[in-house]
Ligand binder design. Sequence first.
Ligand code: PEP
Length: 229
Amino acid sequence: MSMVAGNWKMFEGPDPQALRTALGDLEHVVAPPYTRLAACVDAGLTTYAQSVHWEPEGAFTGEISVPMLQALGVHGAIVGHSERRQYFGETDTTVARRARAALDAGLNVIACVGETWEERESNDTETVLRIQVEAIRDACGEHERLVLAYEPVWAIGTGKTATPQTAEASHAFVKSLLDAPVLYGGSVKPENAEELLSQPSVDGALVGGASLDIESFVAICRTAASIRS
Ligand code: PEP
C-alpha cells in the first residue's frame, strides 16, 4: 500500500475539479477545510475531513459529526493531527474517541502520532509514540480502515524532514505496537518523496504544504504509484 493524503489545513487549496483532472487514475486522499468538502466530493476526489467528533450530534460548538460527513459523501477523517494536539487541546483520549466513532460508523481514519523536538532530544521518542499509539490501539484495535501517520512535530511545516532512516525506525516501532499501514508526514515534497516512500515500513505520505500545489501533489502521488507497482 502507498497512500498519499493531502492535508490542506486552513487554506482554500487548489480547485477540486482541476486537481481531479490532473490526478487522473492516481490514488489519493484530500483533506480540505470543511467548507470545501462538498466541492471535493462532487469533483470525485477521495475526501477526508481534518477531524470529526465522537457524538452524532449535540452541543459541541465548532465540531462536526460522522453522520454529517457521511451525508456529504465524505470518505474518512484525519484525527489527532499535531496542530489539533498543540493548539486545540486534543488529547490521546479525545483522539482515540474520534477514531473509534469514525471507524464504527464506516469512515476511514488516518490517526496521527509524533514526537516534538524536545522529546526527541531527550530520548523520549519511543515513550511518546508508545503512549499515543496505545491509546488508539486500545480504543480501536486493529482495523482494516485504520491508517496511522507518523508525523514528527519538528518536521511539520518547517522544511526539516526526517531522514529516511529516522522515519523507517519510527515507523517500524509504531508498527510493532499496532499492525496498521503508517504514512510519513513532515515536509514531504516531490524532491524527497522517493527516498521516504521507498523505505520498507513507510506505507505512504501525509502531505501538508506541498498538497496545496496541484503539480507537487500529483508528482508525489505519481512517485507513490511507481514505488507500489
Ligand atoms: C501535515 O500537515 O500533516 C504536514 C505534514 O505538513 P507539511 O507537509 O507542510 O510539513
